[in-house]
Design a protein around this ligand. Structure first.
Ligand SMILES: [Fe+2]
Ligand SMILES: [Fe+2]
Length: 283
C-alpha cells in the first residue's frame, strides 16, 4: 500500500520536508518562494497536479462527501497508528515518522509551557492525512492550502501552475473576491481540500476555537506567513490567525535529533487525549 501509487511524491513526508526547507529559519524572506533546481522534480510535479486539480467544485464536493463524518469510527490512537502504516510502510527507515513528527511538535509546545489543549493540537494536527485510507491522491491530502473560488495569490508557491486549473477559464472566479464578499469571514471561504480542512471537521466539537484554527489553517502559508488574503477575513479571523502563527514554528522547527521516547510519553498523551476526546470519534 503506501501512497506511492497515487502521486509523484515518494511519501507524504516529502511535502512537509519541502515546506521546512522553504521556510528554514536562516532563509531570507524574498527567498521563500524561489523554486530552483534544488527542489526535487517530484515535488514540482506534485504542485503541478495540486494546482491544476484543486478547483472550487472539487473542494465543495469533497467537503460534502466528508463533512457528514460517515467514513469510520475510531479513536485518536487508532488513527495515529493507521496513519503511520499508510504513510510509512514503503520505507523501513522512517519507521514511526508520522508519530514522531506529531510527538516532537507536541513536546516542543509542552516544553514552552503552553496549555494542554495547545499540546494536544500539536499532537493531532496532521491526523487528517488518514484521508489516504479512503484512496485520496496526494494532491488532495497534502500541499499548501489556498482559497478556491477567487483569484489565486501570487504568494502561493508555483503560481504559474494555476494556468492549468479550469477555474482560470471562469472570469467570475478570477476577480479579487470571486464568489466571496469583502471581509466575509473565513467560515464562508472554501479552502483547497486536504488534511487540514478534513481534521478540522472531525475534531472541531471537542477543541477550543484557537485549536480549530491552528488545525484548519496550518498549511495556508500564503495567509499566515505571507499575510495575504486579509481582505477575506473578519477582525475576529485576524486575531485567530495569530494563533496559527504561534503554532507554525512548532510544526516547522521541532524536528529533533534525539527522538522522544514513545513508551515513556504514552501515559501522558493517553491522559491528554481522554481529557478532550471520547474513546472513539466519527471520521
Ligand atoms: Fe500538516
Ligand atoms: Fe505537521
Amino acid at each position: 500500500m503506501g501512497t506511492q501509487t497515487n502521486g509523484p511524491l515518494e511519501s507524504l513526508d516529502q511535502w512537509d520536508d519541502d515546506v521546512r526547507a522553504r521556510y528554514r529559519a536562516d532563509r531570507k524572506k524574498e527567498e521563500f518562494r524561489v523554486y530552483d533546481d534544488t527542489t526535487p522534480q517530484v515535488v514540482r510535479d506534485f504542485y503541478k497536479q495540486n494546482h491544476a486539480l484543486q478547483t472550487l467544485e472539487f473542494a465543495r464536493a469533497k467537503r460534502a462527501e466528508y463533512e457528514p463524518l460517515q467514513k469510520a469510527e475510531m479513536g485518536i490512537w487508532e488513527a495515529m497508528e493507521r496513519l503511520n502504516e499508510l504513510v510509512d510502510d514503503s520505507d523501513p527507515d522512517t519507521d514511526l515518522s508520522q508519530i514522531q513528527h506529531n510527538l516532537q511538535t507536541a513536546e516542543a509546545i509542552r516544553a514552552d509551557g503552553h496549555p494542554r489543549w495547545f499540546v494536544l493540537t500539536g499532537f493531532i494536527h496532521d491526523l487528517g492525512k488518514v484521508l489516504t485510507m479512503w484512496g485520496e491522491p496526494q494532491w488532495a491530502v497534502v500541499g499548501d492550502t489556498f482559497p478556491v473560488g477567487c483569484r489565486w495569490s501570487d504568494k502561493i508557491v508555483y503560481p504559474q501552475y494555476f494556468d492549468a486549473n479550469p477555474d482560470s477559464q471562469n472570469p467570475e472566479l478570477m476577480t479579487r473576491y470571486g464568489v466571496y464578499d469583502e471581509q466575509c469571514g473565513l467560515d464562508n471561504v472554501n479552502l483547497s481540500w486536504g488534511h487540514d480542512e478534513y481534521l478540522y471537521h472531525v475534531t472541531k466539537k471537542y477543541l477550543p476555537e484557537e485549536a480549530q484554527c491552528m488545525i484548519r489553517y496550518h498549511s495556508w502559508y500564503s495567509a499566515h506567513r505571507e499575510l495575504d488574503y486579509q481582505f477575506l477575513m473578519s477582525d475576529h479571523d485576524m486575531q485567530m490567525m495569530d494563533w496559527v502563527r504561534k503554532f507554525n514554528p512548532y510544526d516547522l522547527y521541532s524536528k529533533s535529533a534525539v527522538k522522544p521516547d514513545f513508551d515513556t510519553l504514552k501515559p501522558y498523551y493517553d491522559d491528554l487525549i481522554s481529557e478532550f476526546f471520547p474513546k472513539t470519534i466519527k471520521w
